[in-house]
Design a protein around this ligand. Structure first.
Ligand code: NDP
Length: 433
């Protein structure tokens, strides 16, 4: 704490993982002897840099860029870039720390890292976003590479931003190094299903959880927070599996659409027009916008928080339980506060932590890297099948580990321990580095 003052989200993420590890350390004293805990919460490398760019009014703007290369015991650093005004070192470190265990859980050879900037793309023109991305990459390029560190998207970074970043990387290095970034467009090295992967994967994971209680998505009433990449495709897959999704949101409020969300309209507004959820209500009879209050007041049997960290509070958890929620799966990173997680677990609600439930995104990024390395492009069906198989594997790894440690059904404990042991063993094998 004293070493990383003020990084509250990072402290929260470390505490959440370390709280699960007592029994593992007792069983494996070699982790203590090799100071694995002390090493694992210290990033291998942290880069902070100035990002100067010129806006449309010819004013010079300065943002701050970050890349935290957290742990490369299992493979090159891998994790997204977030562009949002709330980004500072504590957010990047919490995300990078989570990413270590998530990537380990996927079973793929990828280490953990994260980056971003306090740049706010909202309201910025295409030209401004491009100039910002070019300036950002003009520093970042020297730190990344197919075998070193492979960034991807996150909040505020989608296909458009990855395109500008990749273009600048290619220009500076004079190399068409497809494997340096993931989330690329389909015509220039991207993978089918990468766009859908995080949302789809979250629903696949939740479906496996529901099945342990003899249920499925069919007939569930679902509430999904957010309306970005993760939320949109969580809604789509939940509907494909027979659920009625009745609500979604952005930072200005939430929409209730009892007839079931029209995903095509939502995609048109968010992906094509870059609009807001209020635009949806104007074009969808029967839907209403609620500003103020909490989306978790909307009754649901399955809740999928897919917006941002700490968006589901203890009070929200109480309301969800009172309304009869059966399962909560985190599409976002750390959206549920620690108090809310305990409350849901104590009430017997199935709870999937983000590092397990949303790992489908990074796993499909690893599939994109595989396709790049073999100069191949897989079909949508094959790639989705791989994703479904990976999510099934993550679910069983969490479930079996929770059972092994005497906490059946505790996916938080299962994910933390299963993710940790693989990285810890690799760190010990590689020596004190
Ligand atoms: P997007 O930028 O596509 O969408 C983010 C959504 O969340 C928007 O609807 C946004 O609304 C809302 N949101 C963001 N910040 C806030 C805030 N402070 N308060 C309220 N609403 C907010 O991001 P993604 O969908 O990619 O990411 C969502 C979450 O999923 C993040 O936690 C991310 O780390 C996590 N994640 C993403 C992965 C991916 O593959 N994209 C992979 C794994 C996890 P508004 O436009 O109003 O800000």
């Amino acid at each position: 704490l004293a070493r990383n003052p003020g990084e509250v989200e990072f402290h929260q993420a470390v505490r959440e993982v370390f709280d699960s590890l007592g029994p593992v350390l007792q069983k494996n004293p070699q982790y203590v002897d090799a100071a694995v805990l002390e090493r694992i919460c210290e990033p291998e490398r942290q880069i902070i840099f100035r990002v100067p760019w010129v806006d449309d009014r010819n004013h010079v703007q300065i943002n701050r860029g970050f890349r935290v290369e957290f742990n490369s015991a299992l493979g090159p650093f891998k994790g997204g870039l977030r562009f949002h005004p709330s980004v500072y070192l504590g957010i990047v470190k919490f995300l990078g720390f989570e990413q270590i265990f998530k990537n380990s859980l996927t079973g793929m050879p990828i280490g953990g890292g994260k980056g971003g900037s306090d740049f706010d793309p909202r309201g910025r023109s295409d030209g401004e976003v491009m100039r910002f991305c070019q300036s950002f990459m003009t520093e970042l390029y020297r730190h990344i590479g197919e075998y070193t560190d492979v960034p991807a998207g996150d909040i505020g970074v989608g296909g458009r931003e990855i395109g500008y970043l990749f273009g600048q990387y290619k220009r500076i290095t004079n190399r068409y190094e497809s494997g340096v970034l993931t989330g690329k467009g389909i015509s220039w090295g991207g993978s089918l299903v990468r766009t859908e992967a995080t949302g789809y994967g979250t629903v696949f994971f939740a479906d496996h959880m529901l099945r342990t209680k003899g249920q499925t998505f069919d007939g569930q009433r679902v509430v999904v927070s957010g309306s970005g990449n993760v939320a949109t495709y969580a809604i789509q897959k939940a509907q494909q599996l027979g659920a009625n999704v009745v609500s979604f949101s952005d930072s200005s409020g939430y929409v209730v659409d009892e007839a079931g969300v029209d995903v095509d309209l939502l995609r048109q507004i968010k992906e094509v027009e870059r609009g807001r959820v209020a635009d949806y209500v104007e074009r969808r009879p029967g839907a209403r916008l609620v500003t103020g209050g909490s989306i978790w007041d909307v009754p649901a049997t399955v809740a999928l928080p897919c917006a941002t960290q700490n968006e589901l509070s203890e009070q929200d958890a109480k309301q969800l339980v009172a309304n009869g929620v059966v399962a909560v799966a985190e599409g976002a990173n750390m959206p549920t506060t620690p108090g809310a997680v305990s409350l849901l677990q104590d009430a017997g609600v199935l709870f999937a932590p983000g590092k397990a439930a949303n790992a489908g995104g990074v796993a499909t990024s690893a599939l994109e890297m595989q396709q790049n390395a073999s100069r191949d492009a897989w079909t949508f069906e094959y790639t989705e099948e791989r994703l479904a198989h990976i999510m099934e594997g993550i679910h069983s790894r969490c479930e079996e580990t929770a059972d092994e440690y005497g906490a059946p059904g505790n996916y938080v404990l299962g994910a933390n321990i299963a993710g940790f042991t693989k990285v810890a063993d690799a760190m010990i094998s590689l020596g004190v580095i």
